[in-house]
Design a protein around this ligand. Structure first.
Ligand SMILES: NC(=O)c1ccc[n+]([C@@H]2O[C@H](COP(=O)([O-])OP(=O)(O)OC[C@H]3O[C@@H](n4cnc5c(N)ncnc54)[C@H](OP(=O)(O)O)[C@@H]3O)[C@@H](O)[C@H]2O)c1
Length: 264
């Protein structure tokens, strides 16, 4: 097995690594990071070999995951440019950076894959969209890519023009959901529930509702209707959410995320 390399071990690097460690052996993985502190910490926690430089990490791996912030790409790409070959598969996690742009940096003959995961990957509940020039990849390489991202949740190959939509739907949206859970718990707190308990009730309700959408195959509107009885309590709450424009707020938030992606 050719190694999986990570450049960057922040939130997303660690999230993917935690899944990858379930599917691949430590010897199949190598990483680099900016600071010696991060390298030593990850090594102590996982026993995974680290590279002294990004170029060394690129040299020793085949599947190279760029898990650094988009602002660091220029610097990192400069460091690895002369080390990557057409045999590498460079996996970019950066929103808004297209395969074409990355090929301009690394060379037209280089193989670039874009992946957009999310932080629930850390507990195996991630959602990742992957796009690539599919004819550039062998069946085995596609399988390994699905194995890497499947190790931390669901994964689907998608067309590259939908990548920014993936950022809206699943990349950034966990933050929206945390805001919602926090607000739900604050509401329960106002009604007297202790805070710790309120987070458990609110989070489990969101998790359960999400599982209902995925497992029942029902339209979310139908599931919503099932909770609302005539002249009941829930429809009173729905009326207030509609009055304060909850749907519109979410649509506008997605639009803002999308716009930002296109400016990265
Ligand atoms: N966070 C999310 O929810 C999320 C979701 C989808 C996609 N993404 C994408 O995932 C990528 C990583 O984001 P993140 O949230 O994981 O960032 P992060 O938590 O800030 O971590 C960035 C990592 O990059 C390392 N780094 C910075 N400059 C470097 C350099 N020159 N060479 C080597 N390593 C360097 C840092 O090293 P030190 O630890 O030593 O500082 C750190 O480990 C981004 O492109 C982001 O857009 C993130």
């Amino acid at each position: 097995m050719e190694k999986i390399g990570f450049i960057g071990m922040g939130n997303m690097g660690r999230a993917i690594l935690s899944g990858v460690l379930k599917e691949f052996s430590k010897e199949d993985i190598i990483f680099s990071a900016k600071s010696p502190e991060t390298k030593h910490r990850i090594y102590e926690q996982t026993g995974i070999e680290y590279a002294d430089s990004n170029a060394e990490c690129a040299n020793k791996s085949k599947y190279l995951i760029l898990a650094v912030k988009p602002q660091c790409y220029e610097e990192v790409l400069k460091e690895i440019r002369y080390m990557v070959t057409p045999a590498h598969i460079i996996i970019s996690l950066a929103p808004g950076k297209t395969i074409e742009q990355l090929k301009l940096n690394l060379g037209k003959d280089k193989r670039i894959v874009r992946a957009m995961p999310n932080t629930p990957a850390m507990i195996g509940e991630g959602m990742t969209g992957v796009s690539a020039v599919r004819e550039e990849l062998s069946d085995i390489e596609k399988k390994v890519l699905l194995q890497i991202f499947g190790s931390c949740g669901r994964v689907e190959f998608i067309e590259e023009n939908l990548m920014d939509a993936v950022v809206c739907a699943s990349g950034s949206s966990p933050a929206f959901v945390y805001l919602f859970i926090e607000a739900l718990a604050d509401g329960a707190l106002r009604c007297g529930m202790p805070r710790k308990q309120a987070y458990i009730f609110a989070a489990q309700a969101v998790k359960g509702a999400a599982s209902m959408v995925l497992e029942s195959g029902e339209h979310p509107g139908v599931l919503k209707d099932n909770v609302c009885s005539p002249a009941g309590t829930t429809i009173e709450g729905i009326a207030v959410l509609e009055e304060f424009g909850m749907r519109n707020a979410v649509l506008k938030a997605s639009e803002a995320v999308y716009k930002k992606c296109t400016k990265m």
